[in-house]
Design a protein around this ligand. Sequence first.
Ligand code: ATP
Ligand code: MG
Length: 257
Amino acid sequence: MTNVISIVNQKGGVGKTTTTVNLSAFLAQLGKKVLVIDLDPQGNATSGYGFDKRKLDTSVYDLLVNEVPIADVIRSTNRENIDMCPTNINLAGAEVELVSAMSRETILKRAVDTISHNYDFILIDCPPSLGLLTLNALAASSDVIVPIQGEYYALEGLTQLVDTINLVRKHLNPTIGIFGVVITMFDGRTQLTRQVTEEVKKYFGDKVFDTVIPRNVRLAEAPSFGKTIAEYDPKSRGGHAYIELAQEVISRAKRTE
Ligand code: ATP
Ligand code: MG
């Protein structure tokens, strides 16, 4: 069974894209066939994988708005085991253009269903909102991973996120579940981040991954070279953390098979 996982949190800058790019890179290195779908008009996962956003022949926008088959949007990343549906700022218009479209929440799902058998994991990088794009991601997904930044306001908005997932389960996608919660940008030296971690564990229990992603500048540098941490500096603390997360994701996926 293919795991279709949305990386979602409507809060901005919590590490969704960093997690999508680096988790996918290590899943691929561990032999899994992976597709990354960039569903954020900012296109950060697209450039993180080294694509030039100004030079895309087709993008996720065409898939959602122009009914271009997903096979014509999927690109090789020139890395083993990993393909991508890239995105650019055009996607920002989709939310408005699709207002009157039929079944507009399930366009992505219908596309993904036609190719999911080719992959072990499909990771969808979501924008920082709970609008139509994120609804399309959730409708298409078997699971979600929620990155949470270890900071004071970390839990703010999570109720709304969980409510949204519950609504999607009720109306669009009865089998969607929370695959895991990952704490990102962790700074173990502060009392505050340790407190936040405790709070997150109280709220999400054993959904919280054992792996914690530390704050590590190498993770922030890698995208400016169009590289994943697997290529840029796999031996960094950030690199170690994401390979550990990939291993944990694979073992959790086995348990749910
Ligand atoms: P958005 O909501 O805008 O899409 P996001 O949730 O995708 O943001 P990222 O883009 O992954 O968040 O991360 C926000 C910023 O923090 C980026 O500049 C990224 O390079 C940096 N960053 C992410 N994770 C880490 C980390 N563990 N250590 C250091 N910097 C990080
Ligand atoms: Mg992002």
